[in-house]
Ligand binder design. Structure first.
Ligand code: TRP
Length: 352
C-alpha cells in the first residue's frame, strides 16, 4: 500500500476552508492508503519560538482532527515532537542542503522579510536585498536558522516514512520540490536508491476552495475571515450576517460580483441544491434579499458544524482518550521512522 504523509502546524483552530480543502480528502484517503497525519509542532517553532502553550495548541488540532472523522484505527495520527527520529534525519539532510537554495525559497523570503520588518519589494534583487538585511549586525539573530531549514524538516517528515504521496495545498509546491530534491540528493550522495521521491497529491476537484465572506479571496485564519468548526451558532450567525453584499442586481441574469459569488459558492458547499437553486433564481430575477440568503446560509453552516463542534467538545474533554490516541500514534510512527533511520545510519556509516 502506498504511504501518504501530511502535516499541519498547530496554530489555531480548523476552519471550513481546512475542512473542505484538506480534511475531507484525508477522510477518504485513510481508507485507501497507509496514511500518517501529524501535527507539526516543531515547525511552529520556526515562526513562534516561544509558544505560549504548545501542548494546548496541539491538543486543539488533535481533538478537531478526530472530531472530523480522522480515525486512529485507520490512519496513524501523531505529534511530530514525539518522533525524535525525524530530528536526526533532519540533521543528516541539512548536511547536504545548501544555504543558497534554502534562502531562495519563497516562503523563507516572505517570513524572513516579516521578521526583519521590511516590505515586499518586487524585482530580481529581492534575495540580495534581504540577505544584506540579514547580515547586518543589528539583525544577526532576527531570522533563525530554523526558519531557513523549514523545508529540510518538512522533507524529513515525509521521507522518513518513505511516503510517495503528500496531500498539500498549492502554496506548498516549492517545499515539495525541495523534499524531492533532498531525497534525490541523499540517494546520489551515498550511491543508493533508498528514498522515493514524494509527489504532491492534489485532491483534484474534490478539494474545494472555500471563499471568505469578506468580499474577496479565500477563507483563512490569517485573513481573519474564517468560520471555525468549533464556532457556536451565535458566532456563525454573526459572521455570516456580516458578509459583504451590495444593493443587488438590477439587470436579470447578471454576472455576480465576487462578494456575491462567494456567498453562493459557500451555499453550494454547505446547503442543499434546492436552497442554492432557490436563491440563484431569486438573484437572476433581481428579487434576491441578501438578508434572507445569509440567514439561510448561517443556518446551513451551523447544521454542518454543530455535530462536529459537539464531538470536538466531547473529545477535548476526554484527556485520557486524547493521550491514548497520541501515544498509540507516536508508537506506530516511531516504528516506521526508526526502521528508516536504522538503514540511513547504516548507509552513512554510523553504528546502530
Ligand atoms: N508546511 C506545511 C504547511 O505549512 C506543514 C507541513 C510540515 C507538512 N511538514 C509537512 C505538510 C509534511 C505535509 C508534509 O502547511
Amino acid at each position: 500500500m502506498e504511504t501518504v504523509v501530511s502535516g499541519i502546524r498547530p496554530t489555531g483552530n480548523l476552519h471550513l476552508g481546512n475542512y473542505f480543502g484538506a480534511v475531507k480528502s484525508f477522510l477518504q484517503m485513510q481508507n485507501e492508503y497507509n496514511c500518517l497525519f501529524f501535527i507539526a509542532d516543531w515547525h511552529s517553532l520556526t515562526t513562534h519560538p516561544h509558544p505560549e502553550n504548545i501542548r494546548k495548541s496541539v491538543r486543539t488540532i488533535l481533538a478537531e482532527y478526530l472530531a472530523c472523522g480522522i480515525d486512529p484505527e485507520k490512519a496513524t495520527i501523531y505529534i511530530q515532537s514525539d518522533v525524535r527520529e525525524v530530528a536526526e534525519l533532519y540533521l543528516y539532510l541539512n548536511m547536504n542542503a545548501g544555504i543558497g537554495e534554502l534562502m531562495r525559497t519563497a516562503s523563507f523570503k516572505e517570513k524572513a522579510r516579516k521578521q526583519l520588518h521590511i516590505g515586499q519589494e518586487s524585482g530580481e534583487n529581492d534575495t540580495d536585498e534581504m540577505q544584506k538585511e540579514i547580515f547586518k549586525e543589528d539583525n544577526k539573530h532576527s531570522v533563525s536558522a530554523g526558519l531557513l531549514t523549514y523545508p529540510t524538516l518538512m522533507a524529513a517528515d515525509i521521507i522518513i516514512h518513505k511516503a510517495v504521496k503528500v496531500p498539500v495545498g498549492k502554496d506548498q509546491e516549492q517545499n515539495m520540490e525541495m523534499a524531492r530534491r533532498f531525497a534525490r540528493r541523499f540517494n546520489a550522495t551515498y550511491g543508493v536508491d533508498f528514498f522515493p521521491e514524494p509527489a504532491s497529491f492534489s485532491f483534484g476537484n474534490k478539494a474545494l476552495k472555500v471563499p471568505g465572506l469578506d468580499g474577496s479571496g479565500k477563507m483563512g485564519k490569517s485573513e481573519g475571515n474564517a468560520i471555525y468548526l468549533v464556532d457556536d451558532e451565535k458566532t456563525i450567525r454573526k459572521k455570516v450576517m456580516k458578509a459583504v453584499t451590495d444593493s443587488g442586481p438590477t439587470v436579470p441574469n447578471s454576472t455576480k460580483p465576487e462578494p456575491i459569488a462567494n456567498l453562493f459558492t459557500m451555499m453550494e458547499i454547505v446547503s442543499s441544491k434546492e436552497t442554492y437553486d432557490y436563491f440563484n433564481e431569486k438573484y437572476n430575477n433581481c428579487e434576491i434579499r441578501y438578508g434572507d440568503m445569509k440567514k439561510q446560509l448561517a443556518e446551513d453552516i451551523n447544521a454542518f458544524c454543530a455535530p462536529i463542534r459537539e464531538r470536538i467538545l466531547d473529545i477535548a474533554a476526554n484527556e485520557e482518550y486524547m493521550a491514548k490516541v497520541a501515544r498509540a500514534g507516536a508508537e506506530k510512527a516511531r516504528q516506521s521512522a526508526a526502521k528508516t533511520l536504522r538503514e540511513v545510519r547504516e548507509i552513512i556509516g554510523f553504528r546502530n
